[in-house]
Design a protein around this ligand. Structure first.
Ligand code: ZN
Length: 498
């Protein structure tokens, strides 16, 4: 970390007014991430929105941003990261090894034209030193005086002072390496364009820089003043092609927030079959040791993670145990209370059972009494019914006898009357009989008298018949006369009228 390149023809951030800040691509429209950063609408690069003075920012004197204060104060105190001394020791067997292997995949040590490699922003010089140990003719470039001094004294390196643009040596490099540098540059396009010019044909550029994956305003890589341009994988591809590179390969790097970029001009990026071929045994041993320690670190991390998970399980189980014990105590208390209640309930139950027995007996007696009464009522009812029927029958009989009695009385009266009437009639009949007897006697007398008179009259009648026959004979004689017949006719007419 930590490179101080003076930008030639600074285009991005040399203006002082915030509104004039624009992207390396020329874009001026920013989508705001926060007060400090915006994302270029054209290429997606995240840009620090405040102008910095490049002369002051990347100047090589002690008081500039990347002067000695950067390593001695800013990195350890502000960023909380290891300082220069510690990095000089630790990087050599750790991150420098990783970077070396990535470089070895493309570049053979000691190859034509001599394996000249320049590390921009070499810091303590660990990687430059390791590149030399691997067989490259490596040199460093740095701004901070203290870092330059450390790299020279500790590792015996050739370290160029000041930004790339200010270097007099114009010999081409087989490779240029810049670890965690690009994001600090005020004009990355200008610097990379210069890198392209300083590479041999088929030369390589190796970069490590943060990769923005739309993490947003909380992304830890947003470090105001320090990180001026933060690229996406697309925008760095555009940047490198704009700088003159034709082949670009982007992949993961040591830390998840970084990307590793390999680029060349007119040369396919073919990886070597055996990256460690030709590398001195001590460096191979260092690579192997790193691989082994990385593997054991991975295992240790996995074990640690497993232990953490188990500890979490233990913590959780202990919490659960405490909760269970609390629950158990609460349940015991509840149980005790319920037992007491149960005892009370049992006593109450016994009393109630006695009461129930007593009430049952009473109920039984009441039922028996009730049955007897019911039976009595039934019997009395039947008797009442029989009495009623008997009463009705007797009433009927009384009624009937009354009627009969009345009829007898009426009959008696009628008979008395009849007897009286018959007596009267008998009297009258006797009287009548006497009168009739008297009449009969009188009539017998009269009858005798009549019979005597009748015999007298019959004797007269016999004499008168004889006189009549004598008169009829005389009359026969008179009818023969004419005058008589005339008188007869007159007589007939008178008779007809009358
Ligand atoms: Zn842009």
């Amino acid at each position: 970390m930590g490179v101080k390149q003076r930008a030639v023809g600074v285009r991005g951030l040399e203006m002082t007014a915030e509104s004039e800040v624009h992207c390396w691509c020329g874009g001026v429209n920013l989508e705001s991430l926060n007060l400090e950063y915006g994302s270029c609408s054209d290429c997606g690069t995240v840009i620090y929105r405040h102008a910095v003075d490049p002369a002051e920012h990347v100047a090589g004197h002690d008081t500039s941003f990347y002067g000695d204060r950067y390593w001695q104060h800013h990195v350890p105190r502000v960023l909380g990261l290891p300082g220069l001394e510690e990095r000089a020791r630790t990087d050599l067997a750790e991150r420098a090894v990783v970077h070396l292997v990535k470089i070895l995949r493309h570049l053979a040590p000691g190859g034509a034209p001599g394996g000249r490699v320049l590390e921009l922003g070499c810091g303590s010089g660990s990687l430059t030193y390791l590149l030399r140990q691997a067989g490259f003719d490596a040199e460093g470039l740095e701004i901070g005086p203290a870092a330059i001094e450390l790299a020279r004294e500790r590792f015996g390196l050739t370290v160029h002072s000041g930004p790339l643009e200010s270097q007099d040596d114009s010999r081409p490099w087989e490779a240029i390496v810049a670890i965690d540098v690009l994001e600090h540059l005020p004009d990355p396009l200008a610097t990379l364009t210069l890198c392209a010019r300083r590479l041999v044909p088929g030369g390589r550029l190796f970069l490590q820089t943060p990769c923005y994956r739309q993490e947003g305003s909380d992304w830890p890589m947003l470090l105001p003043q320090e990180h001026l341009f933060l690229f996406t994988s697309d925008s760095i591809d555009r940047l490198l092609r704009a700088a003159g590179f034709t082949e670009v390969e982007i992949g993961p790097s040591l830390f998840p927030h970084d990307m590793w970029v390999t680029a060349s001009i007119d040369s396919a990026l073919v990886e070597r079959a055996d990256p460690l071929a030709g590398v001195p045994p001590l460096v191979v041993a260092l690579v192997d040791a790193y691989s082994e320690s990385n593997r054991t670190r991975g295992e240790r991390d996995a074990i640690g993670a497993d232990r953490d998970r188990k500890q979490q399980d233990v913590d959780r189980l202990q919490e659960e145990l405490v909760a269970v014990r609390g629950d158990q105590l609460a349940k015991a208390e509840l149980l005790r209370r319920q037992y007491n209640e149960l005892e009370t309930v049992r006593g109450d139950q016994a009393e109630k059972e006695q009461l129930i027995d007593r009430l049952s007996s009473e109920l039984e007696m009441i039922r028996a009494d009730q049955g007897a009464k019911k039976e009595l009522i039934g019997r009395l009812g039947a008797e009442l019914e029989a009495t009623r029927q008997d009463q009705t029958a007797k009433q009927e009989l009384i009624d009937r006898l009354g009627s009969d009695l009345e009829a007898v009385h009426a009959d008696q009266a009628a008979k008395q009357e009849l007897i009286e009437r018959l007596g009267s009639e008998l009297d009258r009949a006797r009287e009548d009989q006497a009168a009739k007897q008297e009449l009969i006697e009188r009539l017998s007398v009269e009858l005798d008298e009549v019979r005597a008179d009748q015999q007298a009259k019959e004797a007269v009648i016999l004499r008168l018949d004889q006189d009549l026959e004598a008169t009829a004979a005389e009359l026969q004689d008179i009818r023969g006369d004419r005058r008589y017949r005339l008188l007869e006719r007159i007589g007939v007419r008178l008779g007809g009228r009358g």
